[in-house]
Design a protein around this ligand. Structure first.
Ligand SMILES: Nc1ncnc2c1ncn2[C@@H]1O[C@H](COP(=O)(O)OP(=O)(O)O)[C@@H](O)[C@H]1O
Ligand SMILES: [Mg+2]
Length: 227
């Protein structure tokens, strides 16, 4: 089986900071992978390279075996919109829109009609256990509810890979558990690959596999250990 995503000897420098120093990683379709490691070790940089948000200085990213480095900026941006989804530490919802309108927005931008976009987004809010909150604005939601709107918004686009950078980083442990349980169940049901950065071992416990990054490279990979 070809990995859905491979990082091959990635290097990335920001001025004098050598953020990635030969990072190597293979991710299989449908896997839930937790990326852990100290602050500043290169986790977010690795995620941004894997997702085609930034280009590595050296090394390659293969998406189902194809080098995304050969794509131009427009093609990479289309890739991010059509095949990838993103969830960040703070949901990045638009404050003036309701939960339902936030979750519908990418579908509308992708050209869906208003009724269909709202119907699909509403179904995703239900799956994430927040159907009742559909009419509320972000300020009226708890942190965990807002993250679940962000997850619904991402999954409504049927991404092949969902990238989540510290999705529970701002949540209390109970909301983190609820959010992770729902996110795991929904990515499993959809067959979506999940690449999850977290500091929290309880969040990482939802993954099939844990990868630890130190000084810009993978220092521990539980799959390699288990194999
Ligand atoms: N855009 C940037 N400009 C300058 N330095 C950066 C930038 N992004 C990351 N870095 C640096 O690269 C290193 C790795 O950062 P990052 O990948 O964000 O680490 P992590 O997510 O593991 O905390 C850090 O030293 C950070 O300060
Ligand atoms: Mg980070």
């Amino acid at each position: 089986m070809i990995p859905i995503l491979s990082a091959r000897t990635l290097h990335k420098r920001f001025g004098l900071t050598h953020a990635l120093r030969g990072a190597e990683l293979d991710i299989m379709a449908g896997e839930i992978v937790a990326i852990m490691g100290p602050s500043g070790s290169g986790k977010s940089t690795l995620l941004h390279c894997l997702a085609g948000v930034i280009a590595p200085d050296e090394g390659r990213i293969l998406l189902s075996g194809s080098d995304i480095g050969t794509l131009g900026e427009a093609a990479r941006s289309r890739l991010r919109l059509t095949r990838f989804g993103f969830v960040f530490q703070f949901g990045q919802l638009l404050p003036e829109l309701t939960a339902l309108d936030n979750a519908s927005l990418p579908l509308l931008l992708a050209g869906k009609g208003r009724r269909e976009a709202r119907r699909e987004a509403a179904a995703w809010l239900d799956r994430l256990g927040i159907g009742e909150q559909a009419g509320k604005r972000p300020a009226q939601l708890s942190g965990g509810q807002a993250q679940r709107v962000a997850i619904a918004r991402a999954l409504a686009m049927h991404p092949e890979v969902l990238f989540a950078d510290e999705p529970t980083g701002a949540l209390d442990s109970l909301s983190a558990e609820t959010t992770m349980t729902l996110m795991r169940d929904q990515v499993r049901a959809a067959g979506t690959t999940l690449v999850l950065i977290t500091h929290d071992p309880r969040t990482a416990a939802y993954a099939d596999r844990e990868v630890i990054i130190r000084d810009g490279r993978v220092s521990v990979d539980s799959r390699a250990v288990a194999a």
